[in-house]
Design a protein around this ligand. Structure first.
Ligand code: UTP
Length: 309
């Protein structure tokens, strides 16, 4: 009988070098996407999927993150005295959103190393990992589908997105075979950031995982890989190709809207898309945007962007 998953691990200890200097003194996960920090979208997604116990794996600039999910006494008092309930609700919402815990990563030795730091908190249960700079549009639920697949198959589940072949060198890429379910594949191999032209497919791992606790013992012996970092993809490759008791790895192919806010171009797209869709800002913003786009005329460029991480 599979264990009901209640815990989400959110690694937020990366250096965010693609976003310097903005990330010199602040984690990239605190960058605002319209009027909320990216991390709040991610915690909201975990909670919507029923995961109220959140562990953040933090780095040296953790203060802003901790403060965002804590009480803000002085600010609350000012808003109460002004009777501004609307703003007070915005301030208080993130405080009560989830039961948030923190662990330090120490040196940012890679995503696999960050996930390994969750071992004590997670214990012997399956758990979800959500990357703190990867926003999945809440109109296109992904995590709940992954939890459903994990419960049904009791395996490790990752999220896959079809990317343009020119972008495969930026991601972990999967070799897959179909299953009876249209959106679920079985993963037979994984490679982290393959050189251009050498990717086994264009199915890229994006920042959502549902892992079984066996991942920790695999990560403990995973050697530094691409970029000298302990790569979660390398540990998943071992599970995908390893003994059957680990259950292997399945992928849920995601076809919805996703924004990698750690990438400057994607970050800009996220703000434009999400602001356009908002009831409060959308009408004015869309009007302005149409005029602005007309002014650009034929200046469009086909380059899909994506910076090396
Ligand atoms: P990225 O590779 O996007 O993060 O990691 P980065 O290294 O901070 O980015 P750049 O390339 O320098 O701009 C994906 C996720 O894993 C976390 C990051 O915070 C991000 O959410 N991460 C990465 C860690 O928590 N620890 C690490 O050692 C590396």
């Amino acid at each position: 009988m599979p264990t009901k998953i209640t815990k989400a691990v959110i690694p937020v200890a990366g250096l965010g070098t693609r976003f310097l200097p903005a990330t010199k003194a602040m984690p990239k996960e605190m960058l605002p996407v319209v009027d909320k920090p990216a991390i709040q979208y991610v915690v909201e997604e975990a909670v919507e999927a029923g995961l109220h116990d959140v562990l953040m794996v933090t780095g040296r600039n953790k203060t802003a993150l901790e403060n965002h999910f804590d009480r803000a006494g002085e600010l609350e008092a000012v808003l109460v005295s002004k009777g501004d309930d609307e703003k007070l609700e915005k301030v208080n919402y993130s405080t009560g959103l989830a039961d948030v815990h923190y662990v330090r990563q120490g040196d940012p030795k890679g995503l696999g190393h960050a996930v390994l730091r969750a071992k004590m908190h997670v214990g012997h249960e399956p758990f979800a990992v959500l990357l703190g700079d990867d926003i999945i549009d809440n109109r296109d639920p992904l995590l709940s589908r992954m939890l459903e697949v994990q419960e049904a198959l009791n395996t490790t589940v990752v999220a896959l997105l079809e990317v343009d072949p020119s972008q495969t060198h930026l991601y972990g890429i999967a070799t897959v075979e179909p299953t009876d379910e249209e959106d679920v594949v079985r993963i037979t191999g994984l490679v982290e950031k393959p050189p251009a032209g050498e990717a086994p497919s264009n199915l890229a791992i994006i920042g959502r995982y549902v892992l079984r606790p066996e991942i920790f013992e695999v990560l403990e012996r995973t050697q530094p890989g691409k970029g000298g970092e302990i790569q979660l993809t390398d540990a998943l490759e071992e599970i995908a190709t390893g003994p059957t008791w680990t259950g292997g790895v399945h992928g849920v192919v995601f076809r919805g809207r996703r924004y990698d806010t750690g990438d400057r171009l994607d970050y800009l797209k996220a703000i434009v898309q999400l602001a356009s869709d908002r009831d409060d800002l959308g009408p004015d913003f869309r009007g302005w945007l149409q005029g602005f786009a007309q002014g650009l005329g034929g200046q469009a460029d086909d380059d899909q962007g994506g910076e090396d991480g």
